[in-house]
Design a protein around this ligand. Structure first.
Ligand code: SF4
Length: 393
């Protein structure tokens, strides 16, 4: 099948600026207990929403210059889209954007949606990568999280998905209440046995305004324990290393050739245009975000208005973001990059702040780069904030 996505405006050169497109599909079958993303369980307005997404794509086609190298359908649950809706979105993108030669096109999918019929639809579209929200292969965990799929569907969906896609990522959550080390190890065994080339793995976090938060407050569910999460993270990084995966970002593990191009572009400060309710965009200087309300979003877009708020980033904001994202990756932060893009004072500040962490073997220096050691990994957010600048005067 033809996976090459071409359009008539395609004139990418090696110097062309890279652009990512993010499309937010704000619908889910049911609410997971831990989730604080923007979504609605009422699917009645799905068609209007897709029409609005397409209209927003047209309204914002010239907002950020660049050649589209990645397209990411996130949510919510993008696997709820049908063949016509996907086609409508791809046709709109092709007619309005300059698309690179072989863009990575990812769709987030939930296991309960991945029937053979649905996988054929996805495989026949431009999608060439699936990110599947497995979260756990155990019934107890899936019930606690209120996921829409069960443990059997988790395995079956991956076996089926592998028939149609080579580039597959799964999400797994660790540090859940009642999740023993042994159960976490068995989750990893299952992922390895299924030969999945990319794993994104996150500690369960308890966000305010979620059902999980209330259950913990009422004592119905045990609170999460940071020490358990850290132990699970250590099990994860040791096992993934043993299996030949690169821990190329704190939460992401990929075999060579399977790193997420979309996420890597984000972590390395590339521009992206976010379409749909609650979607964020970044053009290198300005960050913006759409309203997180489906009916209001549709209404505004239908009347040719963009329901967007914007914030200009200062040099210090950009430096802080660079440090935050860079220290989470295997590429670390470049002192040359800091000097060129933010100024010598920022470089001197970073070097000075890093000193004590280098002595404590939490950070190390490789040429002109500063990176996090294995010992420092679980602390990388704290290490980054120690290098942040509040005000350089
Ligand atoms: S499927 Fe994803 S977006 Fe939807 S409620 Fe669950 S975690 Fe949130």
């Amino acid at each position: 099948m033809d996976k090459v996505f071409v359009n008539e405006t395609g004139n990418a050169t090696p110097e062309s600026k890279q652009l990512g497109l993010y499309i937010h599909i704000p619908f889910c079958k049911q609410a997971c207990h831990y989730c604080d993303f923007h979504f609605s369980t009422s699917l009645g307005k799905k068609k209007e929403l897709v029409d609005a997404l397409c209209k927003e794509l047209v309204l914002r086609k010239d907002e950020i210059a660049g050649v589209v190298q990645t397209i990411y359908f996130g949510g919510g649950t993008p696997s709820l889209l049908n063949a016509e809706e996907l086609e409508q979105i791809f046709t709109t993108i092709a007619a309005n954007f300059n698309i690179g030669k072989n863009p990575e096109i990812t769709l987030e999918a939930n296991p309960d949606d991945l029937t053979e019929e649905k996988l054929v639809i996805f495989a026949n579209s431009k999608i060439n990568r699936l990110s599947i929200g497995v979260q756990s292969f155990f019934e107890e965990d899936l019930k606690l999280m209120n996921r829409a799929h069960n443990a059997t569907e988790a395995v079956k969906s991956l076996e089926l998905a592998k028939k149609y896609f080579d580039n597959i990522s799964i999400d797994l959550i660790y540090g859940m209440p009642e999740m023993s080390d042994d159960r976490w190890k068995k989750n990893l065994d299952q992922a390895i046995a299924l030969d999945i080339p990319h794993i994104s793995s996150y500690a369960l976090t308890v966000e305010p305004n979620t059902a999980l938060y209330k259950f913990i407050e009422k004592g119905v569910v045990k609170p999460v324990d940071d020490a358990v999460a850290q132990a699970h993270f250590e099990i994860l990084i040791d096992r993934m290393q043993l299996e030949g995966f690169e821990n190329y970002e704190f939460s992401n593990f990929g075999r060579q050739g399977y790193f997420s191009q979309n996420n890597t572009a984000y972590w390395t400060g590339k521009s992206y245009l976010g379409i749909g309710p609650s979607a964020h965009s970044y053009d290198g200087s300005v960050r913006s975000w759409n309203i997180n309300n489906n009916p209001k979003y549709i209404e505004e877009i239908q009347s040719n208005k963009l329901p967007i708020e914007r914030e200009s980033l200062s040099v210090t904001d950009k430096y802080n973001e660079y440090v935050m994202t860079g220290l989470r990756t295997i590429w670390g932060i470049s002192l040359d990059h800091i000097k060129i893009n933010f100024g010598i004072k920022y470089k001197e500040y970073a070097v000075e702040q890093a000193k004590k962490h280098i002595e404590a073997h939490l950070l190390f220096v490789d040429g002109e780069r500063i990176l996090v050691t294995k010992k420092g990994k679980f602390l990388s957010d704290g290490l980054a904030s120690d290098l942040f600048l509040i005000n350089l005067s």
